[in-house]
Ligand binder design. Structure first.
Ligand SMILES: [Zn+2]
Length: 100
């Protein structure tokens, strides 16, 4: 396993789904550390996305970059069902699976 990125709770789920869509397996750790954020360094409190297979790292990083670019270009929209933020490129909500 290999640490890929630390980011906020919404992004970490989006990125995991993005990787899954490309056949890359990853796990989220530290998702519920915010409650003790005052007691640990902020960086350590952020959710972490870990790759199951470090051989996927180059491909995963390329996908992250692509994701960043398209996020800046197209922005995001909010699910009508659960109100979670989704990238404009998503057709199904990452959170509840509703059509966007
Ligand atoms: Zn939703």
């Amino acid at each position: 396993m290999e640490l890929l990125i630390r980011t906020d709770r919404v992004q970490v789920h989006l990125l995991r789904q993005l990787l899954a869509m490309h056949g890359i397996k990853a796990h989220i750790f530290n998702e519920h550390m915010q409650s003790v954020a005052g007691e640990v360094p902020l960086d350590a409190a952020l959710p972490q996305l870990w790759l199951d297979d470090e051989l996927d790292r180059v491909r995963a990083l390329a996908l992250l970059r692509e994701h960043e670019v398209s996020r800046q270009r197209t922005g995001s929209h909010y699910c009508r069902q659960c109100r979670e933020e989704n990238p404009a490129s998503f057709e199904l909500c990452w959170h509840c699976g509703a059509e966007l």
